[in-house]
Design a protein around this ligand. Structure first.
Ligand SMILES: CC(C)(COP(=O)(O)OP(=O)(O)OC[C@H]1O[C@@H](n2cnc3c(N)ncnc32)[C@H](O)[C@@H]1OP(=O)(O)O)[C@@H](O)C(=O)NCCC(=O)NCCS
Length: 207
């Protein structure tokens, strides 16, 4: 599927390759299942829904040998990595089960401002964390943003994920605001969401 660079680092692809949808959905679910569960459970249905509605051009994928080992999804304009609108949720879950799910999904809706790329989520295979893949993906996201003329990358990090926040800080993100969401703790497992910004300059571009 992809080549691994000679130094053993994963190769990065600028889109989800055809055939890798289920693997990308698996990585997303492993990383974000706690958050996505109330909207998309049971897990098999959730993974299938994500795989069926991916926007391939909104994901950067890390490939080691033949295996997808990481993914960073982003939203530019109106499209993000994870798709699926009202009609898709209704079709997949039926009208009675769809309504509360749509309400939960609406909580995750993030529309980029002009000149902004918004990260949907970043996930690395649990067995391959701590090897630099997440950092490579973040650098590539900044390159995509620069090549689209964006001046900023925005992301949200939840209070129960301090290690991810530390990674973002090392990669130039700073916290701009924190929204406390104590009513979500029982449902989704977190009680506050911090928004972080990273400035993007033309020097971040690869091309
Ligand atoms: C966050 C994540 C994408 C980082 O990917 P990675 O390939 O491990 O990142 P790198 O190797 O480039 O950097 C390692 C750093 O990532 C952070 N990190 C966060 N969670 C980690 C984990 N479970 N294991 C290892 N490192 C983690 C740490 O800051 C770590 O540095 P440290 O070892 O000094 O603490 C990955 O850990 C992951 O998929 N976590 C689950 C999903 C998630 O939390 N996504 C972010 C949501 S906002």
């Amino acid at each position: 599927m992809g080549i691994t660079e000679g130094n053993g680092r994963p190769a990065l692809l600028r889109a989800v390759p055809a055939g890798a949808e289920a693997r990308v959905a698996e990585l997303y679910w492993e990383a974000f299942g706690r958050k996505l569960g109330p909207a998309l459970n049971p897990p098999e249905a959730g993974r299938a829904f994500i795989a069926a509605h991916l926007h391939h051009d909104r994901g950067i994928v890390a490939v080691h040998g033949d295996e997808v080992v990481g993914v960073a999804g982003y939203r530019l304009g109106r499209r993000g990595l994870t798709g699926g609108g009202l009609g898709d949720v209704l079709a997949a879950y039926g009208p009675f089960r769809a309504l509360p799910r749509l309400a939960v999904l609406a909580l995750f809706e993030r529309t980029p401002e002009p000149g902004e790329l918004v990260m949907d989520g970043i996930a690395v295979d649990a067995h391959r964390r701590g090897l630099g893949t997440g950092g490579l993906l973040l650098t590539e996201v900044a390159a995509v943003a620069a090549e689209h003329g964006c001046h900023r990358v925005r992301l949200d990090v939840i209070d129960v994920n301090p290690r991810a926040r530390a990674l973002y800080e090392r990669h130039g993100f700073t916290a701009v605001r924190t929204e406390r969401t104590p009513y979500l703790r029982a449902l989704l497992g977190f009680g506050a969401v911090t928004t972080m910004h990273r400035p993007v300059t033309p020097a971040d571009a690869r091309a």
